[in-house]
Design a protein around this ligand. Structure first.
Ligand code: SAM
Length: 315
């Protein structure tokens, strides 16, 4: 019942809204409820995501760069891209996958908010303690002298190591407090400026996407379609991209083809979808037809996961 046949889009949609959703949510998640094969696929896929992030960041900061993640699944790539500052639009044919991605995205922005609150609390606490010490020090002559003298000696030692003239005790205390406050304020500002804007998620098949993006990424989606359909998908994705297009697919080599055929002889719980392998030359040809060429290539393999990752640019 889990077999996806014919590369039919409706069948793929149905699969990823039901049994496929249950299976892939586990694989792309972090829980222990995965078997050995699924754990291995999780590892391979996470390496693909890391490779993509590296490929993209190698060309410069992602701050403000518009990225379209077509067939985003549960947001494994879209969310880290948003954390890098990219303006991410992410869509998927499956409403269930998109709902999960949105859930994970909102959990992440919650975490970030908490981080900010923690920084704020820390700054307030430090500032509060410093002010209390100042007040006590100013009111209590003995403590004041003790604090001024200890700070004074620290400062003198520090200053003499830098061979700069030393400051008076009171001035030192004021300067130290001031510097701490300024540093805390800067840190807080940096934190709030870095606020992550989560991806905009939408339920949409990639064939009906429009608009223009600096970068378009489509990971592990072509595996669900035969080359005859993949050609059109690649052409459409390229038409959405201004500068680069990153694709991953299961490479059709003699070895993997054989492996797949042997695997098909043993239907079991680990074999959940019908997978199509794609020859790299065919993908290259599809890109060439629309005026694109491959700039970078990567290969990610674990025991049960294998993906060719390519970055294409206008020729
Ligand atoms: N790209 C994601 C990742 O790497 O984490 C998910 C990969 S998952 C194996 C394949 C995803 O492609 C599923 O979420 C599925 O719903 C989606 N998908 C399949 N056909 C699609 C299409 N024609 N348009 C958009 N999404 C599609």
């Amino acid at each position: 019942a889990e077999e996806v046949g014919g590369g039919d889009k409706e069948v793929v949609r149905e699969y990823f809204n039901n049994s496929g959703f249950q299976r892939w949510r586990k694989i792309y998640g972090e829980t222990d409820e995965v078997n050995r094969v699924q754990k291995d696929i999780r590892l391979g896929h996470s390496q693909t995501v890391e490779n993509v992030l590296k490929m993209l960041k190698d060309e410069g900061s992602l701050e403000g760069v518009s990225v379209c993640d077509a067939g985003c699944g549960t947001g494994c790539l879209a969310i880290p891209l948003a954390k890098e500052g990219a303006a991410v639009y992410a869509s998927d044919i499956s409403a269930a996958m998109v709902a999960e991605a949105e859930k994970q995205g909102s959990e992440c922005s919650g975490e970030f908010l908490l981080d900010n609150i923690m920084v704020l609390l820390m700054v307030r606490t430090v500032a509060g303690v410093a002010s209390a010490i100042m007040v006590v020090a100013l009111l209590h002559a003995e403590l004041k002298r003790f604090l001024l003298e200890s700070l004074w000696s620290i400062w003198v030692n520090f200053e003499s190591s830098l061979s700069k003239p030393a400051m008076a005790g009171r001035e030192t205390l004021v300067t130290c407090t001031y510097t701490c406050t300024v540093m805390a304020k800067e840190q807080l500002q940096a934190g709030s400026e870095k606020e992550v804007v989560m991806p905009k998620f939408e339920v949409k098949d990639l064939e009906s996407l429009n608009g223009k993006y600096d970068t378009v990424v489509c990971l592990d989606v072509l595996i669900h379609y035969p080359q005859s359909k993949a050609d059109g998908m690649i052409a459409h994705l390229a038409s959405l991209a201004e500068n680069r297009l990153l694709l991953s697919f299961a490479p059709k080599t003699f070895y993997y083809d054989l492996l797949k055929r042997v695997g098909e002889l043993f239907p079991g719980p680990s074999k959940a979808t019908r997978a199509y392998l794609h020859a790299e030359a065919d993908v290259e040809r599809a890109l060439k037809k629309v005026g694109w060429k491959i700039r970078k290539r990567g290969l990610i393999t674990t025991q049960f996961y294998f993906a060719r990752l390519i970055e294409a640019i206008p020729a």
